[in-house]
Design a protein around this ligand. Structure first.
Ligand SMILES: [Zn+2]
Length: 169
């Protein structure tokens, strides 16, 4: 859901206010929030599992301070050459998360900022896949929507499910 690229310094982690608000709205509406991330930086030796733990816990901590608690974080530490089944665009980690949290993938939404995120969501059979920012119009798959940011994605999700505050004053 949030791609920090190859960030390995916990002090460089930052979160957006609008993302906090959007995730809070989703959580309030009863959705589980789960992060599925590729971190080939580990396999490439750019940083260690321990660095990643620090970065992840810093990010999760920042969200928590702002009232957003994630229900799970799933990390693929491999690189392409490892031929694992968990690295996006493969849907392995999504299925793992769904199984462990008893989630119906076909009722789930995926929000990502790269095509590989979207393809993973598509392969998993997610209900709708949101591509954040950029690459607009570059995806022609069904069940895929381009949006500017997390707030727009949350807006659409809540409206689709009739859980938008405007629908439930
Ligand atoms: Zn993997």
């Amino acid at each position: 859901m949030y791609d920090s690229g190859y960030v390995s310094d916990p002090d460089k982690v930052d979160i957006f206010e609008e993302t906090v608000e959007a995730l809070t709205a989703l959580k309030d509406a009863g959705y589980l929030l789960i992060i599925v991330t590729n971190q080939s930086g580990i396999a490439r030796g750019y940083f260690t599992n321990e660095d990643l733990e620090k970065v992840n816990s810093r990010m999760v901590g920042l969200f928590k301070e702002n009232g957003v608690v994630f229900d799970g974080i799933y990390v693929c530490p491999h690189k392409d050459e490892d031929r694992c089944t968990c690295r996006k665009p493969l849907p392995g980690l999504i299925f793992k998360a769904a199984k462990e949290h008893d989630i119906d993938v076909t009722m789930s939404f995926l929000v990502g900022n790269s095509k590989s995120d979207i393809y993973a969501g598509f392969a998993a059979g997610c209900r709708l896949n949101f591509l954040l920012g950029g690459e607009k119009g570059s995806l022609s798959r069904e069940n895929t929507v381009s949006v500017d940011n997390m707030a727009d994605a949350a807006e659409i999700i809540l409206t689709l499910d009739g859980k938008h505050p405007k629908d439930n004053p």
